[in-house]
Design a protein around this ligand. Structure first.
Ligand code: FMN
Length: 377
């Protein structure tokens, strides 16, 4: 039965931007920019347009410069050719009445020379993050990187700013800074990967400095209410040595307090995939999102493992303002409509996540709302 009254389907205003519902499509790297320039393609435009009934689409993580690449066939937003490719995507989404933010990312040291024309990756310190990188020859272990000079840090911040300008030129509606576990920003936040003794290392304030310098640079282009940031504060797996430690909670308290003054579009928080018992962040296990709600005064987007039921529940409890869905959007391009009609969700094929081509990408059908049981449509 049609149920438009559920909170997930209510409109939501982010300053002057009206989302038609609170079902947000989270960023999904799909490895379809399979061309030498890492340029978004018409196939990608079709894929995103199919998902335009989401209240907001977040693009796949997108490289801010040629040194930030950490995965094959993932598009960038640092060349004019890439900007032109993204125009195809944003135009297709807008023509279907959707909204789309660009997710701006940098992989830092968690990459491999095979993806950097043979160059050694760079990060906050010359410390191997001990993760893996998806290269043209498959997964490879990360290496001991080069340490960023201060001039390189400043250049990287400028590259984020240029990428933000490019996102504007490409017709996006805003940007989300990709600070998920394993990326450059968390590499600065973690004392395991950041042992610098300058203004970007040591104290919590210093390790978090880059977060605010990147935000300030990007906000200079867009204004604060079109800029968001996504963190996975307590990820345990696939993060190498960047595991949560006793400084994680004070670090995020510091970041949340400072971010509360920013009036961002939203703060996007991913819940843990694992049991936190016995870890330094065990106290966050219960009522996870309340820890963020209580320490951050702005708009909050919740992510990880949400269903229609749990998504509506967290909105009803007032513990989040928006809910994002990642994997469910792969096989359910019409996720918001399926929630409207309470339809079962299709399962995605993990073998095609990064496989290239249309299969498992643009060939997942919409549900049939016009069948007899959905006559109200
Ligand atoms: C295939 C795939 C690719 C992903 N790529 C990105 C990405 O580029 N950027 C990002 O922030 N998160 C990425 N994620 C994480 C999702 O955005 C989301 O945080 C995660 O899947 C949990 O949400 P879910 O339980 O609704 O899937 C990816 C997840 C999947 C399954």
């Amino acid at each position: 039965m049609k149920n438009s009254a559920q909170l997930l389907l209510q409109e939501y205003q982010i300053d002057d931007l009206k989302l038609k519902n609170r079902v947000v499509m989270a960023s999904l790297t799909r490895g379809r920019a399979d061309n030498p320039g890492l340029v978004p393609t018409l196939l990608m435009a079709e894929y995103y347009a199919q998902r335009a009934s989401a209240g907001l689409i977040l693009s796949e993580g997108t490289w801010v410069n040629s040194k930030s690449i950490g995965f094959i066939n993932v598009p960038g937003i640092y060349t004019q050719e890439q900007v032109e490719g993204w125009k195809l995507v944003t135009t297709a989404v807008h023509n279907k009445g959707g909204l789309i933010f660009s997710q701006l990312g940098h992989i830092g040291s968690a990459t491999h020379p095979d993806l950097l024309n043979g160059e050694l990756p760079a990060g906050p310190s010359a410390i191997n993050p001990q993760t893996q990188s998806f290269t043209p020859e498959g997964f490879k272990d990360t290496l001991v990187p080069r340490e960023f000079s201060v001039a390189e840090i400043k250049q990287t911040i400028q590259d984020y700013q240029q990428a933000a300008k490019n996102a504007k030129d490409a017709g996006f509606d805003g940007v989300e800074i990709h600070a998920q576990a394993g990326m450059l920003i968390p590499q600065f936040l973690s004392a395991a990967t950041n042992q610098r003794s300058d203004a970007y290392g040591g104290s919590i304030e210093n390790r978090a400095r880059i977060v605010f310098e990147i935000l300030d640079a990007v906000i200079g282009v867009w204004g604060s209410t079109r800029v968001a940031i996504k963190f996975t504060p307590v990820a345990l797996s696939h993060v190498g040595i960047m595991k949560p430690d006793e400084e994680t909670i004070p670090t995020f308290k510091y970041i949340l307090k400072k971010l509360s003054d920013y009036n961002l579009a939203y703060l996007h928080i991913v819940a843990p995939a694992e049991d936190l018992t016995g870890t330094a962040v065990e106290v966050m296990q219960d009522d996870y999102f309340s820890h963020f709600r209580n320490n951050y005064s702005g708009r909050l987007m919740a992510n990880f493992g949400f269903t229609q039921l749990s998504g509506n529940a967290i909105l009803e409890e007032g513990k989040a303002d928006l809910v994002s869905f990642g994997a469910p959007f792969i096989a359910n391009p019409d996720l918001a409509e399926r929630f409207t009609y309470g339809l079962p969700l299709a399962e995605s094929d993990q073998n095609t996540y990064y496989a290239g081509g249309e299969k498992g990408y643009t060939d997942y059908p919409y549900a049939n709302y016009k069948s007899e049981s959905f006559s109200e449509y």
